[in-house]
Design a protein around this ligand. Structure first.
Ligand code: FAD
Length: 401
């Protein structure tokens, strides 16, 4: 028996769009909205699950990290700020940034970063409503499984869902917001994997004594992790293999159950109310773009800057985002946003967080509405559009110092 199967497929071209955004996480939400606002008529957002938000909602990663530099100055504006406010339109779950939203001084703002904890379900519902209102066609249960490329351009994106295998014809451009650069890989663009792999994380929400709490089982971003377990030091996961991901999720569920039983001995009325329904992997696969941004490039100016963002881990550093980190040299009408943009391993940990995903999503979406060959984009037109949308392109505060 051969170890592969040759299939002959006839795939109906059922849908057509000008901009196809693949993946409905924070980057995809921003990209789809931005494409629509930049004038694309038919924007389709393909999402394999049945909820928007990706890791931020289904993954219960409900902390919208900093929009500021840590010295009291906001640096992320545009959709990064709009989605921040949308995530708490019905109230913050925790960490409400009073000094930032209710008129604090720079000194007060410097004491606490511009971040917030939101409710995952409400954010997903609000984002869906906003996209629908603005005319984005959302297709749930649509798993991207192929990309047809002719003359260096994607002509069709193949989806698999309840309707079977179908093609979405693309007149303009595609934005890969799958988090794992799935489209880049399927279209034959150069990609790189995160070699160190991901540590296990398996978060859940529970209610005890009337209080809702997020329990971060496994590894999370707080160094003095009182909930840390030995899971942190054992397995590493690529996030790119079905069998491995399934095993990871099941190890995570066992750890979650142990954590729950331990906690219940202290809080007898504790009940879990939500568990993460998407694997919590941080860095998996990314585009190898026309440019690869590195962690040392703090404050560096690029001719093709399309946004700025801070380092959530450190107070001070602010980076510009070069557009050339969002597209590659192999597929003309394909851009990446969110977790899968072109950055070094060290930089990946800075750019993968929610506000930066919104920044790259906004830039990629607007660009997709404007051209179908990203290397040839009129960068001035894109920058002017982003400026008009409220995005800051350079760190003027730094320049004034
Ligand atoms: C444990 C953990 C803790 C974190 N903590 C924080 C934090 O505190 N604050 C913070 O700001 N960030 C945090 N992050 C990072 C942040 O949550 C994510 O990196 C960010 O939300 C990623 O957004 P994204 O849109 O790029 O990708 P994702 O959120 O991964 O979204 C990708 C979307 O694409 C869909 N998709 C994937 N493949 C396909 C396909 N083939 N076809 C169709 N759809 C597809 C997915 O279902 C998903 O909806 C954390 C991440 C992890 C794992």
């Amino acid at each position: 028996m051969k170890d592969y199967l040759t299939e002959s497929l006839v795939t109906p071209r059922k849908y057509e769009c000008d901009v196809c955004v693949c993946g409905g996480g924070v980057a995809g939400i921003a990209a789809a909205l931005s494409a629509k606002r930049a004038g694309a008529e038919r924007v389709i957002l393909l999402e394999r699950s049945f909820m928007l938000g990706g890791l931020a909602t289904a993954g219960l990663v409900t902390i919208y990290l900093a929009l500021c530099d840590g010295y009291g100055h906001q640096v992320c504006f545009g959709l990064a700020e709009e989605l921040f406010k949308l995530s708490i339109e019905h109230g913050a779950e925790d960490r409400y940034p009073t000094a930032w939203l209710d008129g604090g001084t720079v000194e007060e703002r410097a004491k606490r970063r511009f971040e917030v904890q939101f409710n995952a379900q409400l954010f997903a519902l609000s984002a869906e409503r906003l996209l629908r209102r603005e005319g984005v066609k959302i297709m749930y249960g649509a798993s991207v499984s192929g990309a047809c490329v002719e003359d260096g351009r994607i002509t069709d994106i193949i989806i698999e869902g309840k309707g079977g295998r179908e093609a979405v014809s693309v007149r303009g451009s595609v934005v890969d917001c799958t988090g794992d650069a799935d489209v880049c890989k399927l279209a034959g663009a150069r990609t790189a994997n995160y070699a160190p792999g991901n540590k296990l994380a398996s978060w859940y929400y529970g209610v005890a004594e009337g209080e809702l709490d997020l329990y971060m089982v496994g590894v999370h971003d707080v160094n003095d992790d009182k909930n840390a377990t030995d899971l942190q030091d054992k397995r590493r996961f690529t996030g790119l293999d079905t069998d491995e991901l399934s095993e990871m999720v099941q190890i995570g569920h066992s750890a979650m159950m142990r954590n729950f039983i331990d906690r219940r001995s202290v809080k007898p009325d504790l009940v879990p109310v939500t568990i993460a329904t998407t694997p919590e992997v941080r860095m998996t696969r990314r585009l190898v773009g026309a440019y690869t941004q590195d962690i040392d490039e703090v404050g560096k100016r690029y001719p093709d800057t399309v946004g700025i963002f801070p380092n959530w881990k450190k107070i001070g550093p602010v980076y510009e985002l070069p557009f050339s980190a969002l597209y590659g040299n192999d597929v003309k009408n394909l851009a990446a946003a969110g977790r899968c943009i072109s950055v070094t391993d060290e930089m990946w940990d800075v750019t993968r967080v929610i506000p930066v995903c919104a920044v790259s999503g906004e830039a990629a979406g607007a660009a997709a509405a404007m051209c179908s060959d990203f290397a040839k984009i009129d960068i001035k037109k894109l920058q002017d559009h982003l400026l008009k949308s409220g995005v800051l392109l350079h760190n003027y505060i730094e320049e004034l110092k």
